[in-house]
Design a protein around this ligand. Structure first.
Ligand SMILES: C[S@@+](CC[C@H](N)C(=O)[O-])C[C@H]1O[C@@H](n2cnc3c(N)ncnc32)[C@H](O)[C@@H]1O
Length: 433
């Protein structure tokens, strides 16, 4: 990647190969975008996201069309054909252009011996049309294990979840309450010709009817609003923030919730924001700077409290643990390719370990909010149940809210095709001594 002379679809094929080899789109797409002219960048982005979203359906079709799989060094051509199939099946692009450009890109990728194959496969795909999906994995375009797991975990909702995962997520904003009321900002958007409505559950949320570039949003650079899903915004409604509290955001990067907390309560004593990723932590500072907010940032493994804790307990802890991200697949369709079934048990062990460690730094009388963007109970209410069994002084609170479903140990939001992401929250309280 990064070769200026490569046609866009050759770049797209290389990005998809990188995703297949374990890189996320957020890692491998930015350098690829930079290698293209500005007018081509949105198209590359749409091709990569769209092909990931429909990967499992298109892959099943392509494998059926190929007599035998391509050899490993030629694997990029498999992805070149995937991009073309995505366009044939899901875009308005003229078929002849898709075919011609794909053959050209095959040459640009130094695989002239495969141009005949690319041409033949795509010609028959065009002529024969899309095959009827024969399995749920290909119908809903998800890995087999995910379909099975969701069906097992959510017997009444699994199809709805899979469909929501393939929908286009809305762009949602959080109004910075220190700058504007939600109604004031809605009026500014209206003046700017940007159609938007107030979110149903998050008090500062605004959902746009159509996504826009952030620099089109009134006063964005000056910290008037942030882009944040409605479900993520709900964290502040559950923390019961008050002046003088010392807050810990234990897994903070890129800082969306850290900033929401600071906007919500101006007179906190301190907000400590930890993240173990040196690469991600600067994103927290960037967000704080844009919003003109302050927090103490620490790069550390939060679970290793000896490494970073000064011995002063926290009144409130937000623990937004690393998870499968199975609730935000519509925003990150590469998760379908990157996540493995075998990831879940180790993730649950990390989540439980972090929860136990954070409990030890919570003040008696304090509150801990456990959060994930997962829809798998193994990472959600089952973690809370396991924790409550071994932590005698932990008390589960049952907040009075209108959203999500009560799982007995926390509340689950499923991804909603027209509004919020999939998310899980549980509130735990430590009694006064
Ligand atoms: C779900 S993301 C947090 C999103 C963030 N709270 C927000 O709203 O913008 C989880 C974060 O946890 C961090 N992380 C993972 N394991 C950690 C650990 N042991 N200690 C601290 N941070 C950790 C990851 O680097 C990642 O940035």
């Amino acid at each position: 990647m990064g070769d200026q002379s490569r046609p866009m679809r050759a770049v797209a094929a290389s990005v998809l190969l990188a995703v297949e080899n374990g890189e996320s789109l957020s890692q491998c797409l930015p350098p690829a975008l930079q290698s293209l002219a500005p007018n081509e960048r949105p198209v590359l982005q749409a091709l990569c996201y769209g092909t990931c979203r429909w990967f499992h359906r298109l892959d099943s079709e392509l494998n059926d069309r190929l007599k035998k799989p391509l050899k490993k060094p030629d694997r990029v051509i498999h992805h070149l054909m995937m991009v073309a199939l995505f366009q044939l099946r899901f875009s308005q692009q003229a078929n002849y252009a898709v075919l011609n450009e794909s053959v050209e890109a095959c040459r640009a990728l130094d695989k002239p011996h495969l141009t005949g194959l690319v041409n033949g496969v795509l010609r028959s795909a065009e002529r024969e049309g899309a095959p009827e999906p024969t399995t749920d994995a290909s119908r809903f375009s998800h890995p087999v294990w995910m379909v099975k797991k969701l069906r097992h975990n959510w017997p009444d909702n699994w199809q709805q979840i899979l469909e929501a995962n393939n929908a286009q997520a809305p762009m949602t904003l959080r109004v910075n309450a220190l700058r504007f009321s939600r109604d004031e900002y809605l009026a500014l958007l209206n003046e700017a010709g940007i159609e938007a409505t107030a979110t149903r559950f998050a008090p500062y949320g605004i959902q746009l009817s159509h996504p826009v570039q952030v620099d089109q949003l009134p006063w964005f650079a000056d910290g008037a609003v942030s882009v944040q899903d409605e479900a993520a915004q709900l964290c502040t409604t559950l923390l019961d923030l008050a002046p003088g509290q010392r807050i810990l955001d234990a897994c903070a990067a890129p800082g969306g919730k850290t900033c929401a907390i600071l906007e919500n309560q101006l007179e906190l004593a301190e907000v400590v924001a930890i993240d173990e990723s040196a690469a991600r932590l600067p994103r927290v500072q960037e967000n704080l700077d844009r919003l003109d907010l302050r927090a103490s940032l620490l790069q550390a493994d939060a679970a290793n409290t000896e490494q970073w804790w000064d011995g002063q307990p926290f009144d409130r802890i937000l623990l937004d643990v690393p998870c499968s991200a199975s609730g935000v697949i519509r925003r990150h369709p590469d998760i379908k390719l990157l996540r493995r079934e075998t990831d879940i048990v180790p993730l649950a062990a990390i989540q439980l370990g972090l929860l136990a460690a954070m409990w030890s730094v919570l003040k008696p009388g304090g509150r801990l909010l456990y959060a994930t963007c997962s829809v798998f109970p193994q990472e959600n209410h089952r973690i809370i149940q396991r924790f409550l069994k071994k932590q005698a002084d932990a008390v589960l609170a049952t907040p009075d809210v209108q959203w999500g479903c009560d799982m007995g140990a926390g509340r689950q939001l499923l991804p909603d095709p027209v509004s919020h992401d999939g998310f899980f929250y549980a509130v735990l309280e430590k009694p006064e001594l």
